[in-house]
Ligand binder design. Structure first.
Ligand code: SAM
Length: 217
């Protein structure tokens, strides 16, 4: 992804009360941060935050945490929150490679991955957020009944992700290779910024949902 450096972004992120700066001190205590106790859903690589903001507005009983590693991208989400604050949403400006340092085992009820970076070179496969490497790390963090939802327009990444899900022993709950023409999987779908961009070019959107091995029914 091409990244524009935005002057002042780092400072704005550092000063924002919507961004949690001491995430490494919070494993096991995230619910105390929010006004009400509720399931915790996270999006890794949230970009400008539109998806999570719509979800948070629709579901006040769920607490949402958006993780984005670049301050110049996160800045846009912060600006939107300043216009329309949501008590059940906060942001982390962090890298997902440190995920276990932010959350306690079983603390998360859902993980969203939307249009994750494809890392096309084979030698970078471990960096893909749907690699076995990452799935093995998400599994203990998910509570009983917790699940992963992944959307992309990238067929190669989607095929790789289906293989990873199987290899890591996760159970595939559902998948589609054309989300917007799949009434069942598309029910209640909220478009992300990338989803809108790619689907307006006619690209099909791929989606899978899966649960980790220990919560199999
Ligand atoms: N999810 C948004 C959407 O669908 O519109 C943004 C998609 S964009 C292609 C991927 C985003 O994930 C980028 O903003 C990138 O900075 C972020 N990202 C990629 N790897 C990450 C990581 N390891 N930790 C945190 N953020 C990451």
């Amino acid at each position: 992804m091409r990244l524009k450096h935005i002057k002042g972004a780092e400072e704005a992120v550092a000063l924002s009360s919507y961004v949690i700066h001491d995430a490494k001190e919070r494993p096991g205590t995230w619910n105390r941060l929010f006004d009400s106790q509720g399931p915790i859903h996270i999006e890794i690589g949230m970009g400008k935050g539109r998806f999570l903001m719509e979800l948070a507005a629709q579901n006040p009983q769920i607490n949402y945490i958006g993780i984005e590693r670049y301050s110049s991208v996160l800045l846009r989400a912060i600006q939107k929150m300043e216009e329309e604050p949501l008590p059940n949403l906060c942001f982390l400006c962090e890298d997902a490679s440190e995920l276990e340092q932010f959350f306690a085992p079983g603390e998360i009820n859902r993980i969203y991955l939307n249009f994750s970076d494809p890392w096309p070179k084979a030698r970078h496969a471990r960096r893909r957020l749907t690699s076995v490497n990452y799935l093995n790390r998400y599994a203990p963090l998910l509570a009983e009944g917790g699940q992963l939802e992944f959307k992309t327009d990238n067929e190669a990444l989607f095929d790789f992700s289906l293989e990873s899900v199987e290899e890591a022993g996760w159970k595939l709950l559902g998948y589609t290779r054309d989300l917007h023409n799949d009434p069942q999987m598309n029910a209640g779908n909220i478009m992300t910024e990338y989803e809108e961009k790619f689907s307006s070019r006619g690209n099909p959107i791929y989606k899978l949902t899966a649960i980790p091995p220990r919560v199999r029914s």
